[in-house]
Ligand binder design. Sequence first.
Ligand code: ZN
Length: 413
Amino acid sequence: MGEDELVYADQIDGKKFRLVLIFDNYSERDYKNDFQEFVDYQKKLSLTGEKGETDFRFWENKISLTTDVDKKDFKFWEIKEFVPPFDFFKKKSVDYLGKAVASILRANPKIIVSDELNLEIKVIRIKERSYYIESHDDLMTPEYACYSGAGIWFMQAIAAPLFYFNRVDFSYITRFFLHELQHFADNMKGYLQFDSKYADKIKRFSKKKSAYCLNYLYTTIFNLREEGYPDFVMRKEVGKMEINMEGVREYNRNLELLIKLRLKKDAEELFEKKIGWENMTASGEYACGRVMCLTIAMYVAKIKLKPCKISVGKEVFSGHDFPELDKIMSTNKIIYVSDFSNDVLQNAAALIEPSLGFHFIKLYEEACNYLGISEKNRVMTRDRFVFLQRKAMDFAAKERAKRLKKSGFVNLG
Ligand SMILES: [Zn+2]
């Protein structure tokens, strides 16, 4: 045991669950710096939040400001007495996160893949909220889920709302961790091994073809399942899920841009900002992968003749068969789907979880066929992927020929 850690312990379905927060690498000075950064961020009332909805902003959060605190008056945390003490921060972080994770595990007991689960989080200072959590996959076992987590996340999610408003937004915490724990379960069940085995092959291949974009093209195909499914699991807790057709189309437009980027630097930048984890909006791979999972759930509902609900603008459709679905997708930006029965969600999970990479795309295509969703309204298909891949290689080959010629060499094809 280290010097400074706090433990929350619980029993879930007769299994042991422990959350350990380790503060050995997080000094009071780090805490103060994080607090200052938190305050600076919260004072920028007009900030648009380029990272999307995952950043917690008090001024637009649903936490009702019950007392004397004016919603727009944030001066109060500049007063010394109104800084949550370090011990308060540590104690409340472990208590509330422990309770939140225990409730996730009770609702999703399959996440515990052994007789016990120890969730260990090393709290560290991560500047400029560049990320909130990082998993240490090489240290993970079915009994140990190991992460580094940003102190500032605990500040904004737990300590500050509790200290100032005497309330915590539990759903914000659970949604965040449900996503991470779904990765853990996927990983421990061996579902992601295929992806990681594939990654090296792809890297070599894209280098050989001198088209770095291929690397990211494959990555996003895998991420549609790898990130989309945890996102789906997390959102289904909220109830209503959206299909954002504009987002789906933009995702595809960005892939068209990606395949013209030969250099690592350019491909990486476009991928991270527009396609991958920095884009938490409807056009990112998380949201698009989630739409695919949602489509698979609708497919299961139709097979099982179990109703769900679709709402478009003010119109609401109930049932298990939606003959107009494709037309609705062609003519509307946002479609909401809700009211799946539990066994539909469970069956969808059983189909999605073991389906990786191209298997996931195939499953999604089956769902689209059954629901009558046409090619142009699909997030991705295997044919489209092959087409993009070929275009990327052709483009890279032409560029290479140009470079050869420019340097005085002959292109032999
Ligand atoms: Zn993730």
